[in-house]
Design a binder for this molecule. Structure first.
Ligand code: PMP
Length: 442
């Protein structure tokens, strides 16, 4: 039964049993309306209320400021790897287009529109060629994949890997080198032209590496376009597990299937001034002419379109949205005024218990990432320094106790205990007991 199994899968991940049980009912006959949530129209009042409630609860939990839009999308974290490139490079072009147009009109106020447009295009083409840069901090498998997607879409020439954390760690992820070793594209104040955005993955699910706080060097250097940094963070695997200062970000995104719900819903929190009318989407004709790969991209990944349509541009999976909304509503009522900080304390406590047990037996267990970057969500470790027979024995013993989902990602091996929000303290205690028993030969 659900009560007997302690599941530590990395995603899809456990959900609160109360939500799963209520979900069963909602799938059959939602609020006694005679239809299940897989059947109601996404344009019905029922769906609209579910959408509004989910937004309100997420806003409450993370204190999302009014100048941010919450978007519900569908292509997963991987879809967002493409979406952020498509949308933020468009913002970069539109901002540059406006500046070019203003300069050209200032120099030649009576110029014909066609002539101005041609000059704008010539200047933009040069600027794209020489100045378009997308900064990536590569600290694990997922930020690596995101940077590869950017290179695939727009071309590797435009992608600046400002940090490849493997370089300082024998070719493996597991550390975040000091910020003064990163090579971010300099802003105007730093003597450069700035990048279209800086991208990082807040918590690397496969490698167990988490940023412990917001990097200082990503702080805005000023409010103006040429000095601010547009920061994008992938929070797929640590969403709503700690307090976040949303105002520091241009975009925060994450798939629901770890801390928030079931697969099929992706959340993007986007600063409103990056959307029309403040920053219009450049015309498809201009984008085609500039010939930057991947632009214009699919309309279902276009933040402006999704925002304009209140996340209902096309059919949103309302059942999946309801699950996410329910998880968030429960956190709001459980933690009240503490909001996400309440959940953060729980997550910290559970992670400390697991790391404590691992550190207690250094011969039996080796935590993979450096102590300074240990993830509270995905706890990656080796058993007897990766001894194959010992690791198999560890997993078989765990299975016997119905401790499941502990096998590390196939790309790195070893063990991974995922400690998402819905993993109960009792299950963490069962794991800790097993870690003790295995290490002491019981
Ligand atoms: N980013 C992170 C940090 C992830 O952990 C994952 C999935 N494990 C993804 C992105 C990709 O998400 P999806 O499978 O929803 O595309």
């Amino acid at each position: 039964s659900r009560q007997e199994v302690a599941y530590f899968g990395a995603g899809p991940a456990p959900l609160p049993t109360s939500v799963v049980e209520a979900g069963g009912k909602a799938f059959v006959n939602y609020n006694d309306c005679g239809l299940g949530l897989g059947e109601v129209s996404h344009r019905s009042p029922t769906a609209n209320k579910i959408l509004a409630d989910a937004k309100a609860n997420l806003s409450t939990l993370l204190d999302i400021p009014d100048n941010y839009e919450i978007l519900f999308m569908q292509a997963g974290g991987s879809g967002e790897f493409s979406a952020v490139v498509q949308n933020l490079v468009s913002v970069w072009i539109e901002r540059r287009r406006r500046r070019a147009e203003a300069d050209i009109l200032k120099a030649n106020p009576g110029a014909e529109k066609e002539q101005v447009d041609e000059q704008v295009f010539q200047r933009l083409a040069k600027e794209v060629d020489e100045e378009l840069k997308l900064d990536y901090l590569v600290t694990g498998s997922w930020s690596l994949k995101a940077s590869q997607e950017a290179a695939r879409l727009v071309g590797s020439k435009y992608v600046n890997v400002a940090l490849d954390a493997r370089k300082a760690n024998n070719g493996k992820f597991g550390k975040i080198p000091a910020e003064d070793t990163w090579s971010l594209t300099p802003t105007k104040r730093e003597g450069g032209k700035g990048s279209a955005f800086v991208y990082f993955c807040d918590n690397e699910t496969v490698d167990g590496v988490e940023f412990q706080s917001f990097p200082k060097s990503l702080e805005a250097q000023g409010q103006d376009e040429e000095n601010e940094r547009l920061v994008i963070a992938d929070m797929s695997s640590n969403f709503i597990s700690r307090k976040v200062d949303v105002s520091k970000y241009a975009v925060i995104f994450g798939g629901a299937q770890k801390n928030i719900g079931v697969t099929g819903i992706t959340i993007a929190i986007v600063r409103k001034d990056l959307l029309p009318p403040q920053t219009a989407t450049p015309s498809p004709a201009l984008l085609h002419r500039l010939n930057i790969g991947g632009l214009p991209g699919p309309v279902v990944l276009d933040y402006a379109t999704i925002a304009k349509n209140n996340s209902l541009y096309n059919t949103l999976p309302i059942f999946n949205l309801w699950i996410a909304g329910q998880v968030m509503a429960d956190l709001v009522s459980e933690f009240g005024a503490q909001k996400v900080s309440g959940q953060e304390q729980v997550a910290d406590k559970k992670a400390a218990l697991i790391y404590g047990a691992l550190d207690k037996y250094p011969e039996a267990y080796q935590v993979v990432p450096d102590k300074s970057v240990r993830s509270r969500m995905n706890i990656c470790f080796r058993v007897y320094s990766g001894d194959d027979a010992k690791e198999k024995e560890f997993l078989a013993g765990a299975e016997k106790r119905l401790l499941q989902g502990l096998k590390g990602h196939r790309s790195v091996g070893g063990m991974r205990a995922s400690n998402y929000n819905a993993v109960p303290l009792e299950n963490v205690q069962k794991l800790v007991q097993y870690l003790e028993d295995f290490a002491t030969g019981q």
